[in-house]
Structure formats: structure tokens, C-alpha cells
Write a protein that binds this ligand. Structure first.
Ligand SMILES: Cc1cc2nc3c(=O)[nH]c(=O)nc-3n(C[C@H](O)[C@H](O)[C@H](O)COP(=O)(O)OP(=O)(O)OC[C@H]3O[C@@H](n4cnc5c(N)ncnc54)[C@H](O)[C@@H]3O)c2cc1C
Length: 424
């Protein structure tokens, strides 16, 4: 019988555990080749993020996550090959050099670039089976009580439809020992060389660090007061910080919900514990929203097809990026982002509101800057939230402008956060 040899291309699923796509590859193939491609900048990014392709914190966190993955794969006798360049051309080169490959596995999620990549590989290599299942979601798409085209236009109605649905348990532990490593030909393909940048990160990347963080978080009683504390600007223990590992697929929302349920079982349920699930539902909503709306996620008039009264002023944009707008709280948040790769949810709302409403800038430049800088950048949550704040997305109110002074009085009454970052 013909041996099945799979090319497993890790994307936003840098983990072994609870990985549906990987489980499928392991059960279908006799032999696997593991690959990660460091994608080069697209034309879209060159346009919207001309001077900043990728922040050093984001890069370092991903590199740590990859180092962990490489070690886990290596423990089972496999190799994680890393290349740099255009994903479509590297996959094509690998398939031409290694004709024995029968299957490609790619975790696309709702990422438009990855969905196009899947289409490209399918159209160029009709003899290869291209598999992509979403392994980073709370719900299986087939279990949802609506087709993707009928995704409710507001989060509230989505939540009401799905909230009572059971959330599946994470998958049982997986092992790579059952498949043979595939020894491949990589002649002429540019390998990735790890530059070992010396960047200090508040949290380290990788599957085991993510799992340790979930465990440590629920060993405290912080989940029981999460709802009251989550809006702090830089006391990271006040929110969960799960987004860092979720973004790279080092952990899954199902693992979080499973730990949350256990916590509620032992410590009781309250508004705060419920609110963690509520926020994960927002993430799920934006994931489905991105899938439904495709390229509209990135257009100026968004899904509302309403053109905002904003444009692009280079000087204002540069001031916002550098934290020099003159709006103290915005400047503090932007400096924090530039120096750590992180920003609180409240901070993101305020700087985005300032970008659109005070500075009159085209929201897509702000979203692209976040894409470059945030460690936890996630295509659906980022562009979906920016659309929401720019009044062209899923917000039924259609216009959300924050009063920056009032917000400062509420969330930084002694201006400690502002002072901390003023000189940075
Ligand atoms: C303009 C803007 C851009 C954003 N860009 C991103 C992004 O690129 N990546 C990202 O993960 N989140 C993004 N968010 C959502 C939110 O700010 C972050 O998820 C949150 O700050 C992450 O910190 P945490 O894990 O401590 O969140 P917590 O408050 O502890 O929430 C728990 C989890 O719920 C999810 N979540 C919380 N709030 C939201 C939200 N508004 N939308 C979607 N999911 C949410 C996240 O997965 C988060 O990890 C953005 C929000 C705004 C306003």
C-alpha cells in the first residue's frame, strides 16, 4: 500500500497537546515532516506598516515558542525545519523536491493569508491532499446552531446562541513516536537562522510556559475578582494574560475553559469567573466574524460599508506610534507597547479611540501598527476590535469615542501609570 507522507506546516498552532490538526496528521500518515516558515512581509503590510514590520518582543516570544516546539519534536526523534521567505513558494519548493509527500497539513484558522495559501497549494498540487481544521477554537464549526453566513451581526446575539453549548474537553495527550520522521531534501531553500536577540520579556513563550501559566493563574484566587480588576493598565496579574500564548497557539481556549471549570468546582462560580468565559466568547466571535467577512476585515469602510471621515497624516501617525501625541494616557500606553510588546485591553481601547477620533487617522494604519508590535497579535481579534472602535464593524452603537480625561481619572487617578511611562 502507498505510504502516506505528510508535510505538517505549523502556523498559529505552536504546540503538541490538544492539537486536532496534529492528531489528524498523526493518525493518517506513516511519516511526517515538520516545518515552520517565517513569512516575509506582504504588500499589504509594506503599505500600512512601512517602517515597522515586526517588533522585537513579538519576534522574541515567537522564537522562544519555536525553540520549545523544536525541543518537544526533537524528543521524539523528529526535526522542526525552519525556513524564511514567501510561504507559498517554500511549500511549492518542498513539494517539488520531495515528490513522495502525499498530504499537507496547515492550521489556517480564519487568517486570510493562510486561507489563500491553502487555496494556492490546492490549485497548484492537485495530487496532494491539503488538510486544515481549526484547532484553536472553543466550538467545532459543525456544532454551531447557524451557518457561518448567518453569524449574528452583534456579539450579544451570538453569545445568547452559543453560551449554553457544551465546550469540548481538550484532547488526550499526544505522542509523535508513532510516526517516522521524514528525511527531506531542502536544497536551495533559505533556512531560518536564529539571531538570539537579547530582549527581555515579561513572560516567556512556549507550550510548557503557557500550560504553567494557566496552572499558576488558577492556583491563586484572582479569577474570583477578574471582572473588577481586568481594566488595570499595567498590573498584569489583574487580567489573565492568556492572550500571549493563545495568539501563537501554545495553549488553547479549551484548555483554559477546562481549568476554569475545575476552579469553579473547587472555589465556586461568580460574575468574575463567568466573565473569563465571556471574554473568550468575544475571541470566538471575532474568529468567526473574520471568517465570514473575509477581506472586508481589512477595508476602510469595514463590514458596515460606511466610510469614516478620517485620512492619513504622516506626522500625526508617527507621533501616535512614538507616544508623542500630547494625550498623556495615550502616550503612556504607546510607550508601554513599544518597550514591552504588551498593552492592556483598556489601553488598546483608548489609543484606538484617540487614533480615529482625536487624530482623524485611517484606522487601518493603527491596526497594522498593533499587528507589528503586539506579542499577542491575532488577526481576528485585532482587526475586529479596530473595526469596532472605528465604527465600521460589529458595534450596534456604531460610534465609540472615549473621553480620555475621564478615563484617566477612573483608571489612573494618581497618574502613576502616566508617570511611570512618561520618561520611557
Ligand atoms: C484595538 C484593539 C486591538 C486588539 N488586538 C488584539 C489582538 O491582536 N490579539 C488579542 O488576543 N486581543 C486583542 N484585543 C483584545 C484584548 O485587548 C486582549 O485580548 C486582552 O487585552 C489580552 O489580555 P488578557 O489575556 O489579559 O485578557 P483578559 O482580559 O484576561 O481576557 C481573557 C481572554 O479573553 C479574550 N479577550 C479579552 N478581551 C477580548 C476582546 N476585546 N476581543 C477578543 N478577545 C478578547 C483574549 O483571548 C484574552 O486572553 C484587542 C482589543 C482592542 C480594543
Amino acid at each position: 500500500m502507498l505510504k502516506r507522507i505528510g508535510l505538517y506546516c505549523f502556523t498559529q498552532d505552536l504546540r503538541i497537546e490538544d492539537n486536532l490538526q496534529l492528531q489528524r496528521a498523526l493518525s493518517e500518515c506513516d511519516s511526517l515532516l515538520f516545518v515552520y516558515i517565517h513569512a516575509s512581509q506582504t504588500q499589504f503590510h509594506q503599505h500600512f506598516s512601512p517602517h515597522q514590520w515586526e517588533g522585537q518582543h513579538k519576534r522574541a516570544f515567537r522564537q522562544q515558542s519555536l525553540q520549545h516546539l523544536k525541543a518537544s519534536v526533537g524528543e521524539c526523534g523528529h526535526v522542526l525545519h525552519q525556513f524564511v521567505g514567501q510561504r507559498s513558494s517554500i511549500i511549492t519548493q518542498l513539494l517539488s523536491l520531495n515528490e513522495a509527500i502525499t498530504d499537507v497539513y496547515l492550521c489556517t484558522g480564519a487568517d486570510w493569508d493562510l486561507l489563500r495559501l491553502k487555496e494556492y497549494v490546492e490549485s497548484r498540487h492537485s495530487n496532494i491532499s491539503v488538510n486544515s481544521v481549526c484547532s484553536n477554537a472553543l466550538f467545532n464549526q459543525s456544532d454551531l446552531p447557524f451557518e457561518i453566513e448567518q453569524l449574528p451581526s452583534s456579539f450579544s446575539s451570538f453569545r445568547k446562541k452559543v453560551e449554553k453549548m457544551p465546550i469540548l474537553q481538550p484532547l488526550k495527550q499526544q505522542t509523535l513516536n508513532d510516526v517516522e520522521p521524514y528525511v527531506c531534501n531542502v536544497q536551495g531553500i533559505e533556512p531560518f537562522s536564529d539571531s538570539n536577540e537579547n530582549v527581555s520579556l515579561m513572560y516567556s513563550g512556549g507550550e510548557s510556559s503557557g500550560a504553567d501559566h494557566i496552572k499558576a493563574y488558577f492556583e491563586t484566587n484572582r479569577a474570583s475578582s477578574y471582572k473588577e480588576t481586568r481594566n488595570h493598565f499595567d498590573e498584569w496579574q489583574h487580567s489573565t494574560v492568556f492572550s500571549l500564548w493563545l495568539a501563537w497557539g501554545c495553549i488553547t481556549p479549551r484548555q483554559i475553559v477546562s481549568a476554569l471549570k475545575q476552579y469553579e468546582h473547587e472555589n465556586g462560580q461568580n460574575d468574575s469567573t463567568y466573565w473569563i468565559l465571556f471574554e473568550l466568547l468575544w475571541r470566538e466571535y471575532f474568529r468567526l466574524y473574520a471568517e465570514k467577512h473575509g477581506t472586508k476585515l481589512f477595508t476602510f469602510d469595514g463590514i458596515q460599508q460606511k466610510r469614516p471621515l478620517t485620512t492619513f497624516y504622516a506626522e500625526q501617525y508617527r507621533a501616535w506610534c512614538a507616544g508623542r501625541t500630547g494625550y498623556d494616557v495615550v502616550d503612556a500606553c504607546m510607550r508601554q507597547l513599544n518597550q514591552t510588546g504588551m498593552m492592556s485591553n483598556r489601553g488598546r481601547q483608548l489609543v484606538a479611540s484617540c487614533f480615529v477620533h482625536e487624530l482623524g487617522l485611517d484606522w487601518r494604519y493603527g491596526a497594522a501598527y498593533f499587528e507589528a508590535m503586539l506579542i499577542d497579535y491575532d488577526v481576528s481579534s485585532n482587526w475586529g476590535n479596530w473595526q469596532y472602535l472605528a465604527g465600521v464593524g460589529a458595534d450596534p452603537r456604531g460610534h465609540r469615542k472615549f473621553d480620555l480625561e475621564k478615563q484617566t481619572q477612573w483608571y489612573d487617578p494618581n497618574r502613576e501609570f502616566i508617570k511611570r511611562w512618561a520618561e520611557a
